[in-house]
Write a new protein. Structure first.
Lengths: 285, 318, 226
């Protein structure tokens, strides 16, 4: 196993993403929005396909990453924002709304993607990397972009942490106290979508959810304020990501995304066993 | 016409059977507010599929299906354990467990050179409806004989689906009373011994079988749509559990079949060379049906209110 | 949380579980029935048997808030569930079930609402549907968790009368109740729960102002005047 410059890049990129996803995930779990991350992940797919098609149609080139990512962000955000209003329909509820959005967006993605596939050649591998991630193919530019995004998300989270903690602790009280609940919720969803889209390359559509949920769930098994938990989740996310990359290097055939997910899951179950009676963080930030 | 009989009809049959199998049992998931269990199961069966191949060393579909069923059930049980142990919602538990299972499945797939298994994540996710064709039988003497040879030539996945559909309907029909009591009020069911636990266990096994059988043919993208969306679309109109189940099937069948035909033939009609993934289109149509059904229900109630005052569906003070 | 709870119910009596909010009344009831996530320690016997054996003779009326009232069912459907609780797995309620359910609905005064969707009923009516379900189950022991929570005066009186008739007929009632005046007037026995069993006996003895003041932290709990 040689650790070349590329490997360092991949390690850095994955660690960064793991940290950001872990931190974001903590707040997502605190606000009970785990389902939304699932929807956002799946809803990125039609966005990417749309990006391809738009690129072809307008001659920008179907592979322009900026276009793809922008479209993915838009569709993911739209889908994520649709869940709550849909859930208010009678007899639909959170689970029903999420299932509908998952099925619909993933189905749309599959249909659009098939249009792309039948149109242009050489996208077979592209589809695979969308679904499962292509962390190993990260280059300096990707890592740089990821770094910029990570800093942005982390700064935003730091600013919003206090308000989000108040809302997570007691929403009614926070609302009465003048905390802008809806604005903060919206901000959190935007950060979540940013995370998901950033994670498409690292982990792919299906597994990106694992990065957001698993390290955060692990951190929440231990008592602590929301801030402390977020930091722990970030550390866990980064560590398991690095562990996963290294494992996939050693074991050679395990895809990076899977290795990272499995590492995070193993740590979660280990923590669960170690911590038989978990305390849920109740104190505000 | 030959094309229709050779390609479309088998695919339609597969979709219809998958719909019956999944949607019938999916009603119970929706009633219990567990719609997402289906999506989780569909993702979690991957390691089972590969495992079945690895353990038996054959490409026997039964081995793979059995493996998938076991993996699916294991994932559900594990998720339940996690939810209880962490006291977080089931959503988080499902998310952690099914991504882990899916990752394991992908890892197994890649490491074991399971190209031999003829499984690629594409097929697993997006289905293989296009491969379900019947080689058009030779010209037969009579329609009866022709139909017989056509049926005999149906690909194996369709038979699996038929079995799953039968099991699903039988389970739902025979256990309606118990499943209803348990879905409506688990504490009453437990305290008064109204419906034994095993009835739900049977339901879960049957549901897993339906999902596993379906996703072989239609892919996991369509499975969750088949399980949850028909019931969710029928829910606003439902006045009884039986009514909801019947309505869900009646509403979803034409939508699913119509969407398939549109996906299969619209590109040709429109004169393009694109192909449209059938499973994805059907999934999209079924999902779109949910908010549309709710909208239709609202409109329907507005009209009925014109005829006579309809009772408010919100609670009035005692 | 409740510690060291121990009591025996006599057949044909109406017992009320009273106590301050959060004192553990519902928890105790659920613990008895094995409905808590963590099983309480101790021994619970129903008619001298374990819960599993005696289940057929018990009916539980949960709090209204714990039900999903969007469930597609009519009042008659829910009442029939009670009757169906007595049947084996593959048996249908049939005519007998429908009749039993209608009788139960009549008893609680919901006969006109038999075909109404439960989501369209008022809160008090929904509570009564749950009682009807327990009645249709023809249980010897009824455990009710805050059955009077949403009831207006008429519904309360009706429910008390129903419970009285049942207990006079030999059935045993255990109900969580918050209205101490009503308990004094209508129940045979009051068990005061406040983290443990603080008192147990005839309401007139147990619910005396001095003792209750200590438990509730008020001067006169019946009137709430401080």
């Amino acid at each position: 196993m040689t650790i070349g410059a590329n490997t360092i890049l991949v390690l850095a990129g994955c660690a960064l993403f793991g940290a950001v996803a872990g931190a974001t995930g903590t707040f997502v779990l605190a606000r009970r929005r785990a389902l939304v991350s699932d929807v956002a992940g799946h809803a990125a797919l039609p966005g990417v396909a749309l990006g391809f098609l738009l690129g072809e149609a307008t001659g920008l080139g179907g592979r322009s990453p900026a276009l793809l990512l922008t479209c993915a962000t838009i569709t993911a955000l739209l889908a994520a924002l649709c869940v709550a209003p849909l859930a208010r329909l009678r007899r639909l509820g959170d689970d029903g709304a999420t299932a509908t959005m998952l099925a619909g967006s993933f189905g749309l993605g599959a249909a659009l993607l098939s249009l792309v596939q039948s149109h242009s050649s050489g996208t077979q591998g592209g589809i695979q990397s969308l679904l499962l991630g292509s962390a190993a193919a990260m280059r300096a530019a990707d890592v740089a972009a990821l770094a910029v995004l990570s800093v942005g998300v982390l700064v935003a989270l730091a600013l919003l942490a206090r308000g989000l903690a108040l809302i997570a602790f007691d929403e009614e009280h926070a609302r009465v106290a003048g905390v802008p609940v809806r604005a903060l919720d919206l901000a959190l969803i935007i950060l979540l979508v940013a995370c998901v889209v950033a994670g498409l390359q690292v982990a792919g559509v299906v597994l990106v959810v694992a990065f957001i949920l698993t390290p955060a769930a692990t951190a929440r098994l231990f008592a602590g304020s929301l801030r402390t938990t977020a930091v722990r989740a970030a550390v866990l996310g980064a560590t398991t990501a690095v562990g996963g990359v290294l494992a996939s290097l050693v074991l050679d055939t395990i895809p990076t995304g899977s290795a990272m997910t499995l590492a995070a899951a193993l740590v979660f179950f280990a923590a669960l066993v170690v911590r038989r009676t978990p305390k849920i963080a109740r104190r505000g930030a | 016409m030959n094309d229709f009989l050779a390609v479309d009809l088998p695919a339609l049959l597969a979709i219809a059977l998958a719909l019956v199998a999944c949607a019938t049992l999916g009603n119970w998931l929706v009633l219990r507010r567990e719609s997402l269990a289906a999506d989780a199961t569909a993702h979690a069966v991957l390691p089972g599929l590969v495992g079945g191949f690895l353990v038996t060393g054959t490409r026997s579909p039964w081995a793979m299906l059995a493996g998938a069923a076991i993996a699916g059930l294991a994932a559900i049980l594990l998720a339940r354990f996690v939810a209880r142990a962490t006291r977080t919602g089931s959503a988080v538990a499902l998310g952690v467990v099914f991504t882990a299972f899916f990752a394991l499945g992908v890892a197994l797939l890649e490491t074991q050179g399971a190209r031999q298994v003829d499984l690629d994540p594409d097929c697993v996710l997006f289905g293989s409806l296009e491969t379900l064709f019947v080689a058009p039988p030779e010209r037969e003497r009579s329609l009866g004989a022709w139909m017989q040879s056509w049926i005999a030539a149906l690909p194996r996945p369709i038979w699996t689906l038929a079995a799953a559909a039968v099991i699903a309907v039988a389970t739902s029909w025979l256990l309606t009373k118990e499943l209803t009591v348990r879905a409506f009020d688990p504490s009453f069911a437990h305290a008064s011994g109204a419906a034994p636990r095993w009835t739900d266990d049977v339901r879960i096994v049957a549901t897993t079988l339906a999902i596993v059988a379906s996703f072989e043919a239609v892919g996991s993208v369509l499975v969750i749509a088949l399980v949850a969306c028909p019931a969710l679309a029928a829910a606003p109109f439902a006045r009884s559990v039986r009514g909801q189940i019947a309505r869900s099937l009646a509403m979803a069948l034409p939508i699913a079949c119509g969407a398939y035909l549109a996906a299969a033939h619209a590109p040709a009609w429109l004169g393009t060379t694109h192909a449209l993934n059938a499973s994805g289109t059907v999934a999209c149509a079924l999902a779109a049906g949910v908010p549309l059904a709710h909208l239709a229900h609202r409109v329907y109630r507005v009209f009925r209110r014109g005829a006579r005052p309809s009772p408010a569906l919100n609670r009035r003070p005692a | 949380m409740v510690r060291d709870a121990s009591f025996t119910l006599e057949a044909g009596t109406m017992t009320a579980l009273v106590g301050p909010n959060g004192a553990g009344k519902s928890t105790l009831l659920k613990g008895i029935l094995g409905l808590l996530p963590v099983a309480p320690s101790g021994d619970v016997r129903f008619f001298g048997q374990s819960l599993a054996t005696a289940r057929a003779r018990i009916a539980f009326v949960p709090q209204r808030a714990e039900i999903d009232w969007n469930f597609p069912a009519s009042a008659l459907d829910v009442a029939t569930m009670g009757f169906a609780a007595r049947l084996g797995v593959f048996r249908r309620p049939g005519r007998a079930g429908r009749d039993a359910a209608i009788r139960a609905l009549e008893t609680v005064g919901l006969r006109p609402q038999a075909d109404t969707q439960i989501g369209e009923l008022s809160g008090g009516q929904q509570q009564r549907v749950l009682v009807a379900r327990a009645l249709a189950a023809d249980a010897e022991l009824l455990l009710l968790d805050e059955p009077f929570a949403n009831a207006d005066v008429a519904a309360s009186a009706n429910l008390l009368a129903t419970l009285r008739t049942l207990s006079n007929g030999g059935r045993t009632i255990l109900a969580v109740h918050h209205d101490l005046a009503a308990v004094r007037a209508h129940f045979d026995r009051a068990i005061v729960v406040a983290g443990a069993i603080a008192a147990d006996g005839r309401p007139s003895d147990v619910l005396d102002p001095v003792r209750l003041a200590a438990i509730y932290g008020l001067a006169d709990p019946a009137t709430g005047a401080a």
